[in-house]
Design a protein around this ligand. Structure first.
Ligand SMILES: [Ca+2]
Ligand SMILES: [Ca+2]
Length: 345
């Protein structure tokens, strides 16, 4: 027989002295607005992906021009998400012009999309995915510059200029024209399969073969790996984007949702990683933001007075992984209460 604890009695506590501790407020600012190229929320009644109703699913410059289709095996829409399926160990997704049935990959370098990407010199792909477990080596991939229709394992294909895969167990591998880029990166996985958010930010100034592209990848806003510079190759100015996965079993696969393609600059959410105070060193704040970005530190003693620069203005630059450390010296951290704010310049 189970026993249950007695209900806890609540009692009113006497007022306590309120201790002030320095408070860190982190905020990212951006002066540029989001420019949406294409989105798909997959919010439609359960059905096959191919042939599914597109009504109300898309926003962006090319909302009416493009749709996502299954490669290898028919993927499904289940519960307003995409069940990204596989046959054997292969499944893919491709973008096609909405003027079906021509089997043509959509060229993001063309039309309004291409013009916008060149004007902003960047684009970013984001999506949510839910793996079936948190321990397996299976993965979902994003592939740039493979011009072949539904090729197998295109993430490691020599035709793929940049391929990145995100494993269930929290690892990332990146491939440049089929060769793995040195370094195996990891990200934190939760105890139970839960939805993760991937973002890959690309910076470029041309779609021509030979052009350099800088890619930065993030999971749940945290940078996964150093920036990768790769070259567009064998594309003749076309920009194709495809997704793959190797989760065995047609019924399992990944749940995929909230696809977003924009030219919005990457602004990682700022995260406090650790805070410490030392009489000699001062107040040390380790934080993570966007890579290679300057952040300024300001302070206010009561949140009513405006945030002001420190007596000796403090600015720190994040490294290529978005990590930085701000140290407020003891001479600055001297008020009864102080609040610090960190924001991008
Ligand atoms: Ca959805
Ligand atoms: Ca290529």
């Amino acid at each position: 027989m189970k026993t249950y604890p007695q209900p806890m009695k609540l009692k009113t506590q006497a007022p306590q002295t309120f201790a002030f501790f320095p408070l860190v407020i982190l905020c990212a600012t951006s002066t540029l607005r989001a420019d949406v190229i294409y989105t798909d929320n997959f919010d439609v009644a359960d059905t096959d992906l191919d042939g599914s109703d597109q009504t109300g699913r898309h926003t962006g410059l090319i909302a009416q021009d493009v749709l996502i289709r299954s490669g290898g095996i028919q993927s499904l829409i289940v519960g307003n998400k995409l069940n990204f399926r596989t046959t054997g160990e292969h499944g893919s997704l491709r973008f096609q012009p909405s003027s079906l049935p021509a089997d043509t990959l959509y060229d993001f370098a063309s039309g309004a999309s291409g013009a916008k990407i060149l004007a902003e010199q960047r684009f970013r792909i984001e999506f949510d995915w839910t793996p079936p477990d948190t321990s397996g080596g299976q993965w979902i991939s994003v592939n740039i510059g493979n011009t072949t229709f539904d090729s197998l394992f295109q993430v490691v294909s020599g035709d793929t200029d940049y391929g990145i895969l995100f494993k269930n167990k929290g690892e990332v591998e990146i491939f440049d024209s089929g060769a793995q880029v040195s370094g195996l990166y990891s990200y934190t996985v939760n105890e139970t399969p839960t939805t993760r958010h991937a973002a890959i930010d690309f910076q470029l100034s041309s779609f021509a073969d030979g052009s350099n592209v800088t890619a930065n990848a993030y999971v749940d806003g945290i940078s996964v790996g150093a920036p990768v510079v790769f070259q567009l190759a064998g594309n003749n100015g076309v920009l194709n984007i495809q997704f793959g996965n190797n989760q065995p079993g047609a019924a399992g696969g990944f749940m995929f949702d909230n696809l977003l393609i924009t030219t919005d600059p990457m602004t990682s959410p700022l995260l406090i990683k650790s805070v410490s105070r030392d009489a000699v060193i001062g107040f040390t704040i380790n934080f993570q933001g966007a890579p290679n970005t300057s952040y300024k530190v300001t302070k206010s003693n009561n949140l009513q007075n405006p945030f002001q620069p420190l007596t000796i203005p403090l600015t720190v630059m994040t490294n290529s992984l978005g990590e930085a450390q701000a140290v407020v010296p003891p001479s600055e951290a001297s008020e009864a209460s102080e609040f610090y704010r960190i924001e991008s310049l």
